[in-house]
Design a protein around this ligand. Structure first.
Ligand SMILES: CC(C)(COP(=O)(O)OP(=O)(O)OC[C@H]1O[C@@H](n2cnc3c(N)ncnc32)[C@H](O)[C@@H]1OP(=O)(O)O)[C@@H](O)C(=O)NCCC(=O)NCCS
Length: 363
């Protein structure tokens, strides 16, 4: 048995670790239990063998699906080459039926690589809207009308301020948003504050979490953050997938571009801090279709990756992934369009000059 196999085989749900969501570092690799009854597998390295994926991992993924009591949804995330993805899709009906996401994340040893996710739900796993409706509605033909830096500029001129730490923000002010919307407990907000403080002493390229609050005077009106997951490739190399997340705006302030502003500000921090990485980071976001968070994604220069690989459909939709307290009906679980910032858009919207402007450092 290879090292890889020893790492992957013991994936009974009993052996999954409970997730420690605010741990510093590279995020959770391997198998973990996540909120909303999810069993989540982040591969510890780039795919080595398509045979192993097709013959071992995917059959495990669908095993006893009708009988999933302990968890409601299984998700797997792994990086592989484009060629491996094509071969795996051709060979595996399980992958064809359950692939949710494939995003181009750069190259490794000269070959294009993708971050691929499958998701398998038990019988409760139907999307709120049909997947083809979600796909049509999130099909954008062109980029945002205004640059993220212009939006942030306009918001500053309207008097809003952008703050990238929690030092002077009361826990309750964040809790009043992230508590009801994303079920954050108070201790996680305090842990985030500590983590943001600690990493100020780190070299920028080692940072793993970023935060922005839009303030209207002393009031927190919008929030966004980003968290880094280093997906190992091999030979000590890894690709940093940074999840832009927890986007929210106090209801009376919605529709004024504040979510776009906060999110662009977080992205500018990430792309400035990680500018020197050998493999440029890829910022991704799971956007809630019910609240149309994909519009914020679009406004900050994100796109949806192609909805097919070879001739096989790749929905780019995470079905019934987690709940969001967005105040909309039906309550509870939501469907998410996966969006990301491709390198061309990073260059266009988050060049060093644009980032400086977004971060308010321009002279
Ligand atoms: C999703 C959310 C963050 C958007 O915040 P917001 O401040 O209203 O968004 P913005 O004002 O920055 O708007 C972004 C774009 O979406 C549009 N928009 C916002 N809400 C919209 C809606 N309900 N329907 C249609 N368009 C909408 C805006 O017009 C804007 O488009 P533009 O860039 O073409 O001008 C906010 O509605 C919210 O907090 N929802 C609850 C929590 C949630 O679901 N978060 C998302 C988690 S993934």
């Amino acid at each position: 048995m290879t090292m890889l196999e020893r790492q992957i085989i013991p994936i009974t749900s009993e052996e999954a670790n409970d997730e420690q969501p605010m741990q510093p570092g590279a995020g959770n690799l391997g198998l973990s239990r996540r909120s909303y009854e999810r069993l989540y597998y982040n591969a510890r390295r780039i795919l080595r063998s398509v045979d192993y994926y097709v013959e071992r991992i995917l059959p495990w993924a669908v095993k006893h699906v009708d009988d999933m009591h302990e968890h409601r949804r299984r998700v797997g995330r792994i990086v592989m080459t484009n060629g491996q993805l094509s071969e795996a899709l051709q060979r595996s009906k399980v992958l064809q039926d359950n692939i949710e996401v494939a995003i181009s994340v750069g190259t490794y040893n000269g070959e294009p690589i993708v971050m691929c996710m499958w998701g398998i739900n038990n019988h409760r796993g139907q999307t709120i809207d049909p997947v083809d409706v979600i796909q049509q509605e999130t099909e954008y033909q062109s980029g945002p009308d205004s640059l993220p830096s212009e939006r942030v500029d306009a918001l500053r001129r309207e008097g809003y301020q952008f703050v990238n730490n929690l030092d002077d923000i009361e826990t309750d002010d964040v809790l009043s948003l992230w508590g009801p919307i994303f079920e954050w407990p108070e201790q996680d907000i305090n842990a985030l504050r500590g983590r943001l403080q600690q990493q100020r002493d780190l070299p920028p390229d080692e940072r793993s979490v970023w935060f922005t609050a839009d303030m209207d005077g002393s009031e927190v009106v919008a929030l966004a953050m980003a968290e880094r997951l280093n997906l190992p490739l091999g030979n000590g190399e890894s690709i940093s997938v940074v999840e832009s997340t927890e986007w929210c705006v106090r209801s009376e302030w919605q529709g004024r571009g504040l979510s776009t502003g906060a999110t662009s500000h977080v992205h500018a921090q990430v792309l400035t801090d990680l500018a020197s990485l050998e493999h440029p980071p890829v910022i991704v976001a799971e956007t809630n279709f019910t609240s149309r968070a994909d519009r914020t994604g679009h406004g900050v220069g994100m796109i949806v990756a192609p909805r097919s690989a070879e001739s096989f459909p790749v929905p780019q939709v995470l079905r019934q992934n987690v709940a969001i307290g967005d105040g909309l009906r039906p309550e509870h679980l939501r469907d998410f369009t996966m969006m990301y910032i491709p390198s061309e858009n990073a260059a266009q919207y988050y060049s060093p000059e644009h980032c400086e402007k977004i971060l308010g450092r321009e002279v």
